[in-house]
Design a protein around this ligand. Structure first.
Ligand code: SAM
Length: 284
């Protein structure tokens, strides 16, 4: 497995010794605070990947591999899981924690110390990609999502969840307490950073509306659109003419005369303008 960029040792909370134990403590705090059950939540999110026997799935920012048992079960006893994390300390703990059970299962586990924003995997290599709880820290969140999208085959699912107080709670005391406690709760849902080609996008809120979950299906093309459907009515034209056919500004009095004449002739503005331009250009 190639090793791409990784954090220097001791550069943040995930690269220190015992980072996995510290992370376990913070997870306990999260689930106790939001009176939620970790097993139920992780099962629920992993189910959204729609995994089947034999699938190959990627987990980015996998940490100490807390999701691995859920993924193993959802593969029905056969498949491949690639767990990657930028912090060697975390991924080594993951490999160690899951060594025994992985030896018993015919699901193959692979561990990679690499950067989720520059993944060492080929395009379309996976059937699904999953991320829980670290993307807010990525230096380039758009790239982190784009990389998950790139390595999943068309039709496969991407599921991403992380802390973030829902927008309607942001200015409430409820939201402010959480943000004062940990500034990551102020993180915005990165819906605007999804790839143009994302299909069947769903956003939901977990952990008392303080954890966003985005899911989408991967596609190799942007959603279908016919930009030549003509508009009925006064303006006329189409998406193509309104976007690509913009002209310079003209004298407003002349503009009003043109609009009035179009109305008198029962033509849309675009039809009338195009007829004027065509006749003006005839012979040139
Ligand atoms: C809060 S932990 C979540 C761990 C695990 N997903 C879980 O559910 O418990 C966030 C993880 O994201 C990792 N991470 C942060 N930036 C990363 C990056 N650019 N590439 C890969 N992993 C990264 C951290 O090292 C850490 O292990």
């Amino acid at each position: 497995m190639p090793v791409f960029a990784k954090k220097p040792e001791d550069s943040n909370e995930y690269t220190r010794q015992n980072a996995a134990v510290v992370h376990d403590n913070s997870l306990r705090w999260v689930f106790a605070t939001f009176e939620s059950d970790e097993t139920t939540l992780r099962n629920n999110l992993v189910a959204r990947l729609q995994l089947a026997q034999g699938h190959r799935v990627l987990v980015t920012g996998a940490g100490a591999g807390n999701d691995l048992p859920y993924l193993v079960r959802s593969l029905g006893g056969q498949g491949e899981i690639y767990a990657q994390d930028i912090a060697q300390e975390m991924i080594l703990s993951g490999a160690e924690r899951h060594r025994v059970e992985s030896a018993k299962s015919s699901v193959e586990l692979h561990f990679s110390v690499s950067d989720a924003t520059n993944l060492p995997f080929a395009d379309d290599y996976f059937d699904a990609a999953y991320h829980f709880g670290g993307i807010n820290l990525f230096p380039d969140i758009r790239k982190g999502i784009a990389e998950m999208n790139r390595v999943v085959r068309p039709g496969g699912k991407v599921v991403i969840g992380d802390e973030g107080v829902a927008p309607w709670l942001m200015d409430s005391e409820y939201g402010k307490m959480l943000i004062r406690n940990n500034s990551l709760y102020a993180c915005e849902v990165p819906l605007h950073l999804l790839p143009e080609s994302a299909r069947s996008v769903r956003l939901s809120w977990e952990l008392s509306n303080c954890f966003y979950v985005i899911e989408f299906s991967v596609s190799d093309r942007t959603p279908p659109i016919n930009i030549d459907v003509a508009h009925m009515g006064t303006r006329g034209g189409s998406i193509r003419t309104r976007y690509f056919g913009q002209l310079e500004g003209v004298d407003p009095a002349l503009r009003d005369r043109i609009y009035a004449e179009a109305e008198r002739l029962g033509m849309s503005r675009v039809e009338y303008l195009e007829s004027l331009f065509r006749s003006g250009l005839a012979g040139h």
